[in-house]
Design a protein around this ligand. Structure first.
Ligand code: GUN
Length: 236
């Protein structure tokens, strides 16, 4: 997907309206939320954890020197590393965790964030665009990054494999990721019953391995014109 295609098709709506009521969804979408027992996700959309491997493994990130995936010890380090939450035993992680994740007409945007673990995504229903910012490459000095700016990757996930839409996609740890809903078809009246996927994180998800993109970080990583195109995908 070219950058010019990176625009909201569904207006992002607040978590709750003025009266504090739940955001409203089309009936079929609300049924899916209810059947699967989904709850609001802090990134936007809905989720439920469906599996957490009882096997624990040594935390592979604990002594990581890579600033893209290491733990920040001071507030000043937070733009290039993830905050280490106090009082938690970080010596192990579940071997894997799996969630359903659902972005919907009422909550059509999963905002920019990053996990240390690599994530395997599998499509069940719907269409959307993924935007990846390869911050880890810049932080590592991997590539001859022009002006030290990060590579942006975008792709469409959907069922139309003849047109290159993806059914499976892998996001390596240390990369910022955002997603947003596309209409099921470009014709008709741009309806969607939401983008429903499964995500398996290896090793398993912990909040200590997760952080949101900050606007200062977006400014550092991207060219000004790219920031303008993508800043609507930041957490509000
Ligand atoms: N709790 C809050 N967010 C998440 C997530 O993305 N994955 C899992 N497994 N648990 C969560």
């Amino acid at each position: 997907a070219p950058l010019s295609q990176i625009k909201p098709y569904f207006a992002p709506t607040p978590l709750a309206d003025n009266e504090g009521k739940k955001r409203s969804e089309p009936p079929a979408v609300q049924e899916t939320i209810d059947f699967l027992g989904l709850q609001a996700h802090i990134e936007g959309g809905y989720y439920v954890e469906t599996d957490r491997d009882p096997l624990n493994v040594a935390n592979p990130f604990i002594n990581n020197k890579d600033p893209g995936t290491s733990y920040a010890v001071s507030e000043a380090d937070v733009t290039s590393a993830i905050r280490l939450s106090a009082g938690q035993d970080h010596s192990t992680r579940a071997a894997s965790t799996t969630i359903y994740y659902y972005i919907t007409p009422g909550s059509p945007l999963g905002c920019f964030h990053r996990n240390r673990g690599r994530t395997v995504h599998t499509l069940h229903r719907g269409r959307g665009i993924y935007v990846l910012i390869h911050a880890d490459e810049v932080l590592r000095g991997d590539r001859a990054a022009e002006n030290n700016k990060a590579r942006i990757e975008t792709f469409v996930v959907g069922h139309d494999i003849a047109h290159g839409e993806r059914l499976q996609w892998i996001v390596e740890g240390g990369k910022f990721k955002a997603s947003f809903l596309l209409p099921d078809t470009e014709s008709r009246d741009r309806q969607s019953e939401g983008l429903l996927i499964s995500e398996t994180v290896v090793p398993g998800f912990e909040f200590a391995d997760h952080d949101f993109m900050r606007s200062e970080t977006l400014d550092e990583l991207l060219k000004p014109e790219e920031v303008e195109e993508l800043k609507w995908l930041l957490r509000e």
